[in-house]
Design a protein around this ligand. Sequence first.
Ligand SMILES: [Cu+2]
Length: 192
Amino acid sequence: MKLRRMKAAAGRKALLVACLTVAAALGEAAPATAATVEVKLVQTPAGDTYFDPAGVHIAPGDTVRWVQLSGFHSIAAYHPSNDNHELRIPVSAKAWDSGVLLAENPKRAAAFEHVFTVQGVYDYFCKPHEMAGMVGRIVVGAPGDGPGTKPVGYAPGERWKPVPEVARAAFPPIDEILQKGTVRGAGAAALQ
Ligand SMILES: [Cu+2]
């Protein structure tokens, strides 16, 4: 009995070592110069809300850091696990939802980070302001042909929550993101 427990413990340890080895190998495969790109969360005194920039192009392994400058916002992937929203990130990527950030920069609870490892197009929204068109788009490496490259409403049979018209119009075009690296939303560009 005692021996069996020891064997089981040894087996668990071997599994842990194997996992750590795989993690180390994956870490080495990521580019040595993984970058962090900052996106601001903004609400103007007039009540306009937006991500700035609205579109960014990053490399696999890079981090996006959202920083809340004014107003209260959240950052959530277009994904069925987030309130049955349409799937608009790569199929093998993990969904995320920051919840509403509770402080304005520079306080500690004013930022949220996510690391992007799977290539493709990621569309995301701010839960309080999706209906006002507060959405963003991230292209990681090559856009490929995943859900984020498809027209909004591409799978009516899934009965996902429809993407509001004002949000549809706010996604920066993928080509423009690839060309410029970052794209400011129409709202941000008009206000400044
Ligand atoms: Cu918002």
